[in-house]
Design a protein around this ligand. Structure first.
Ligand code: MG
Length: 456
């Protein structure tokens, strides 16, 4: 962690007891407590990581020292804790989790009173309190207290049930395999699905912070066990969560695993049939499949910068009810405007019940795109000028500079050229209706970038 920065793209993250230590966690807790203010009430929970309880104690100490009261939910998914903030009308919350990172990492995420993670501006404020010694400790007789809040997972589960046509879904007797990544995705979702009349088979469902089943990032290549299990038991669908269960990746009854844009497009299509003209929010990195699906369905597409907090905040500002990311994060605001793995699972089951179609049939209706990726090294201090050069070069095309430079071509292909926020590289993501075209786009723009760079 650099000298003036605590927060990365998704909260505070670091290697346990190397970058992220209990000492740091206590001070971060006190800085967050100072940011919220004395007597404020915050929920706190953690995922399955071995260091979760240790960091929870440290952060609680810091929060109590600054006069904040903590409501400890214990093991809970990120969306369950976000729901808990709103449900109990708390002032905010803390999630101890490193989401999809390997087991040796942990992290601290801060939730605002609306259930959405704190904005970049709010994080900068917390960093300033931390680094400029502006922590305000409470006197001995004004310390915060710790309370237990044990029913958060149950309340969260019941809240999702309100968004289901229960008799219709129950009549289908879907069989679902849940791969919980040995973490909190196995707490609320399997019982929820059983209460909705589904038959549930679980894998990696025991809580184990060493993540013995698979790494916590649900990528198609790491989900072979899910695919095999779905086929072996003849299930209708499989779902795999990341470490804190806000993201979900799905598998059809044939064992085929889909990246998140495919399932997001399924949800968009059905949502627009029921809500004509609705606004759909997605980062500019999302596939053209999302653009096509929204346009065909007569919806209004709103592009954002890359990042789940931006999607949530845009949905709130634009009064939009549906958002999504290609990494398997779907935001359904009638429940809550944040990524929610269990809610997404139920949305897909609802659609399968409504349409009478299987997941593979629903996805087979979508246009097919081929994706190619590339990267080119670029020093951090040349990123801005390089981006400007690309933009000038493509001015006549259909282009967005909301985050990097995204160009849509008239034949349906597209490319996103975006500087990495963490590494000295530019990344290129191209897609087209045939794989040659996508590859050519990456090659062409790599050459153009190199040419510009050599002259800078
Ligand atoms: Mg996550």
């Amino acid at each position: 962690m650099s000298t003036r920065k605590l927060f990365g793209t998704n909260g505070i993250r670091g290697l346990v007891n190397v970058e992220l230590t209990p000492e740091l966690a206590i001070k971060v807790g006190a800085a967050i407590g100072t940011f919220f203010g004395r007597d404020k009430n915050l929920i706190l929970g953690f995922d399955a990581r071995t260091s979760g309880p240790m960091f929870a104690k440290a952060v609680i100490s810091g929060l109590n020292a600054s006069g904040c009261n903590v409501y400890l939910a214990g093991l809970a998914s990120t969306p369950a804790l976000q729901f808990g903030v709103k449900n109990h009308k708390l002032d905010g919350g803390i999630i101890i989790s490193a989401s999809h990172n390997p087991p040796e990492y942990n992290g601290i995420k801060v939730i605002w009173s609306d259930g959405i993670e704190t904005s970049h501006e709010q994080e900068t404020e917390i960093e300033s309190i931390y680094f400029d010694n502006k922590i305000v400790y409470a006197p001995w007789n004004k310390l915060g207290e710790k309370h237990e809040l044990p029913d958060v997972n149950e309340e969260y589960k019941n809240a999702i049930k309100r968004h289901v046509d229960l008799p219709k879904l129950a009549s289908k007797h879907f069989h679902v395999v849940v791969d919980a990544a040995n973490s909190v995705g196995g707490i609320a979702c399997p019982p929820l699905l059983r209460e909705l009349g589904c038959k549930v088979t679980t894998i990696n469902a025991n809580i184990d912070g060493t993540f013995p089943g698979r790494l916590p990032e649900p990528r198609p290549e790491s989900l072979a066990d899910l695919s095999k299990t779905v086929k072996a038991v003849g299930a209708d669908m499989g779902v795999a969560f990341d470490g804190d269960a806000d993201r979900s990746i799905f598998c059809d009854g044939n064992g085929t695993i889909y990246w998140g844009d495919k399932t997001f497009a399924v949800v968009i299509k059905q949502y627009l049939l029921k809500n004509p003209g609705a606004k759909i929010v997605t980062p500019v990195s999302s596939s053209t499949l999302i653009k096509d699906t929204v346009e065909t369905g007569g919806g209004e597409l709103i592009w954002t910068k890359v990042g789940s907090v931006t999607v949530s905040q845009t949905m709130k500002a634009e009064n939009a009810n549906l958002g999504g990311e290609e990494n398997g994060g779907i935001f359904y605001r009638p429940h809550q405007a944040v990524r929610d793995g269990a809610m997404t699972t139920v949305l897909l089951l609802n659609i399968m019940a409504d349409t009478g179609k299987s997941l593979d049939e629903l996805i087979a209706e979508e246009p097919q795109y081929f994706i190619e990726k590339g990267k080119i090294e670029c020093p951090d201090n040349k990123k801005e000028i390089l981006q400007q050069k690309i933009y000038e070069q493509v001015q006549t095309e259909n282009v967005s500079t909301i985050d990097g430079v995204k160009i849509w071509f008239s034949d349906g292909s597209a490319i996103l050229i975006r500087p990495s926020g963490t590494e000295p590289v530019f990344r290129l993501y191209a897609e087209a209706k045939d794989s040659d075209k996508a590859l050519k786009l990456v090659e062409n723009y790599t050459a153009i970038l190199k040419e510009f760079l050599s002259k800078l």
